[in-house]
Design a protein around this ligand. Structure first.
Ligand code: ASP
Length: 370
């Protein structure tokens, strides 16, 4: 008896399914399923015609047999009514994705989200926090070159993401791109031209697509028996969160304008967590905001590295002393998503929220003191 696996592919928009409009710019296209059905690498039309087309499984597409698995991998495409360039996504779009994963959780063996690359790092981070418990794969992927073009990277990304979702046990939110599967809350978009659009500068990839697609069990956060097969969704996020970059022209007015509107701010600082200290009025604004219970997290502007709870330079000391929270090795995108999640936990006190920000909860950071 052949074993079947069913994957739900949620198509939200992004370059993967884009064509140029009359102004010559790329916009998402509807009915992506019609395009995918014609791609022999992604759909076995012969098997479908002979075995599925006259059954109640006719809405499924099927991955052609290959050496990756003995399983029959079926997938259904769930296309959103409003397809978006991911630059248009807000917190609500990711909450919707979380709700849909929860809604269909028991109908499928895993989930693939076709997501525009511009905000994949935010989306994967947000989903990793709001999906508080998940016993199945949730893999975000997309493309740098649309699927309509011969050199599209969408084919391989799609195929690998669906196969990994069906054959590997990785119960967390991940991103597949190029040839690697990354922990979702560790990725950064590092190129808008290269096929390898993402990297995970502070954490190794979970899997590299070679002639086989196998996860190294050491990379998993959860062992198979430790995760219940359930989806627990935290269905709320704070919208009063922002990322502010320290640059040489920063003024107290800019800081005040941002901080007075927000409950939480990711402060992108120089190097090891440094900022100008000779202009005291700049620092004073941050100190005042922290006293007013704005949760401020210090993230480095460097691609790789950490901001620890202990300052290395005099230019980093004041931020530690006034209660700005170190991000350790979190990306700015993960810190943003985590702040939004933590601040929505209104049952927690300010001190508890600060502690949670410093604690590794989804593999997003390494705190050497814990
Ligand atoms: N602007 C596109 C998006 O994020 C870029 C992409 O998908 O590669 O939707």
């Amino acid at each position: 008896m052949v074993q079947l696996k069913r994957i739900l592919v949620i198509y939200t928009g992004g370059t993967f399914g884009m064509l140029k409009n009359e102004k010559g710019v790329l916009v998402p296209q509807k009915n992506i399923e019609q395009v995918i059905r014609k791609l022999p690498q992604l759909h076995d039309i012969e098997y479908w015609t002979n075995h599925l087309s006259r059954t109640d499984m006719k809405e499924y597409l099927i991955i052609p047999d290959g050496k990756d698995t003995e399983l029959k991998v079926l997938y259904k495409i769930f296309e959103y009514d409003e397809l978006k360039d991911s630059s248009d996504f807000t917190i609500d779009d990711w909450l919707k994705m979380g709700r849909d994963i929860k809604k269909y959780y028991h109908d499928y063996d895993g989930f693939v989200v076709l997501h525009g690359t511009d905000t994949t790092a935010y989306g994967a981070s947000v989903l990793s926090f709001i999906l508080e418990s998940i016993g199945k794969n949730v893999i975000l992927t997309g493309a740098q070159v649309p699927i309509f073009q011969p050199r599209s990277d969408g084919n391989n990304n799609f195929l690998c993401a669906v196969l990994i979702a069906a054959t590997q046990y990785i119960p967390e939110v991940t991103v597949f791109f190029g040839s690697k599967l990354f922990r979702g809350n560790r990725v950064k978009k590092i190129s808008n031209t290269r096929i390898y659009a993402f990297d995970s500068p502070n954490f190794p990839p979970l899997l590299e697509a070679k002639t086989t697609l196998d996860i190294d069990p050491k990379m998993l956060i959860h062992t198979p028996s430790s995760v219940p097969d359930e989806c627990r969704l935290h269905d709320r996020l704070s919208r009063k969160v922002y990322v502010l970059k320290v640059v040489p022209t920063i003024t107290p007015e800019v800081i005040r304008a941002v901080f007075s509107e927000m409950e939480g701010v990711v402060l992108e600082t120089y190097g090891n967590g440094n900022m100008p200290i000779k202009r005291k009025e700049v620092y004073k604004e941050i100190e005042r905001a922290v006293k007013n219970n704005v949760l401020v997290v210090n993230v480095t502007q460097c691609i790789n590295g950490t901001v620890l709870g202990k300052a290395i330079y005099e230019t980093g000391l004041l931020l530690v002393e006034c209660g700005v929270v170190p991000s350790f090795d979190m990306t700015s995108e993960a810190a943003f998503a985590k702040l939004s999640y933590v601040l929505s936990k209104t049952e927690l006190s300010y001190t508890e929220k600060v502690e949670l920000m410093k604690t590794n909860i989804r593999g997003e950071l390494h705190n050497p003191l814990q």
